[in-house]
Design a binder for this molecule. Structure first.
Ligand SMILES: [Zn+2]
Length: 465
């Protein structure tokens, strides 16, 4: 199953430099494609060129993150002592590459969020779309030719027998968040950016597929009129995007009603109705099952997730969050805090013996290497935390963090389990039956907050008919 520019159903988003290990070696075969943020490319271009072209050798595309300039500018600013309050170096590089109207709004003296009005000049907007396209096409391959570390990147490539950098598998047009309040204004900007990007590709003779990224609030999704307007606008667009990349604000599949899931299904169906591919950029087990054998088969062609907090994501960046290690409980298809995860595993009888843990909880490579004698005791290797003390705004603060080993164990286990969800031999009937059985068994001991979706998903997976 694939679509133009989409290598397979399973996409993984590369978040930070520390993620590299989960894309290589034993994990290399567990996913189809990598999604990289523009700010990672700008932050460490030589390392990313080496990683993508030489070490991972997987299809990838770059998210141009133009949406980042639409929010309050705080999240673009550095917090390090030396340059506190200045725009971060990686964002500066992106602003420099993308140029106006972003450079004008984000000027270093008094940066401000961009507005729809900033895009009203067609000529300037057209040139902007050309530069965003060039960034995706050239920023990495330039590292091979003229980047500061070109010799190093070339050396890595030579060692690995790689002749040239693998180019991104598709180009994403500049895009901005659509909520109900300024829906028409931003929709107009998005559609013009899409057309100008198509024109830029044609002018360059670039045959790469063009993707439209749709980032919408839940209100846009759930309001029939807005959802239908969105679908019609893109269907009528002359640019005819080959792929839709969908990001619904904080859309956590486990928390949705049948009606909300039906709206999601209707949106994907509407966008895919011309035979075009849709990819959900932040999806969980519901999306995977719907795409493999449920109501979105042959419509939803890719489901992406990150390594942490990966199955849903708020559009407006939140700062000051504390990392929390969560164990992905396969029986629930959700990441749970250590206390709740332990309660569910106890209910499943998973702490009784090593065999019971493997059968009822997980037998992946990570769990096999941790759970060897005493599941109850050894499970702490997925939950251990340590207290760290540091300075924040002139005050000494202490906080609890997962240990490096805890995070590593949780992430490895998560990658193995997601891989299984994308590939294991099963059917819609079997999935629905196991969800319903799980609901009956766990609703009393665990509660509806954590297993309610088991009653809802089967209905939504099978669609209205
Ligand atoms: Zn496991």
């Amino acid at each position: 199953m694939s679509a133009p520019g989409i290598a397979g159903l399973h996409l993984v988003r590369f978040g930070t430099a520390a993620d590299q290990g989960y894309f290589l070696d034993a994990f290399a075969g567990t996913y189809d494609q990598i999604v990289v943020n523009a700010n990672m490319i700008a932050h460490m271009p030589a390392a990313m060129a080496g990683f993508l072209a030489v070490r991972a050798k997987k299809p990838f595309f770059i998210d141009p993150q133009t949406i980042a300039f639409q929010h309050e500018v705080d999240h673009l600013l550095s917090t390090s002592k030396k340059s506190a309050g200045e725009i971060k170096r990686s964002w500066k590089r992106i602003i420099q590459c993308y140029g106006n109207p972003i450079a004008q709004a984000l000027n270093p003296e008094s940066p401000r969020p961009i507005l729809p009005d900033d895009f009203k000049d067609d000529k300037e907007c057209r040139a902007f779309c050309g530069r965003v396209t060039d960034f995706q096409n050239d920023e990495l391959s330039n590292e091979f030719k003229t980047g500061e570390d070109a010799a190093y990147v070339q050396f890595l490539a030579q060692e690995a027998g790689v002749k040239e950098l693998v180019p991104p598998s598709l180009i994403v047009a500049p895009y901005f968040f659509l909520n109900a309040s300024f829906f028409d204004q931003w929709l107009d900007v998005n559609l013009r950016c899409l057309e100008f990007t198509r024109a830029a590709l044609q002018k360059q003779g670039n045959k790469k597929p063009l993707a439209a990224q749709l980032v919408i609030s839940q209100e846009v999704l759930l309001t029939d009129k807005l959802r239908e307007k969105l679908i019609a606008a893109y269907r009528n667009s002359k640019a005819k995007p080959d792929v839709f990349l969908l990001w619904i604000d904080s859309f956590t599949e486990q928390e949705l009603s049948v009606g909300e899931l039906a709206s999601y299904v209707a949106l994907v169906e509407g966008l895919a109705s011309d035979g075009r591919a849709v990819v959900n950029l932040y999806g969980g087990f519901f999306s995977v099952a719907a795409a493999r054998f449920g109501v979105l088969k042959k419509k939803l062609m890719g489901v992406c997730h990150g390594l942490e907090y990966g199955e849903s994501k708020p559009v407006v960046p939140i700062s000051g969050g504390v990392p929390v290690a969560k164990y992905y409980v396969p029986a629930i298809h959700a990441r749970l805090s250590s206390r709740v995860a332990a309660r569910v595993i106890r209910q499943l009888g998973g702490f009784k013996t090593v065999e019971a843990f493997r059968q009822r909880v997980c037998d992946c490579a990570a769990c096999r290497s941790v759970i060897k004698k005493d599941p109850l005791k050894e499970f702490s290797e997925f939950t251990e935390t340590k207290i760290s003390t540091f300075w924040r705004s002139g005050k000494r603060v202490s906080m609890e963090f997962p240990t490096a080993r805890t995070s590593d164990n949780c992430t490895q286990h998560y990658m193995w389990r997601r891989y299984r969800e994308y590939t294991e031999a099963t059917t819609l009937k079997e999935v629905c039956k196991s969800l319903r059985d799980g609901f009956d068994r766990l609703k009393t001991p665990v509660g509806l907050e954590f297993v309610g979706h088991f009653a809802i998903w089967p209905e939504a997976l099978q669609g209205a008919d």
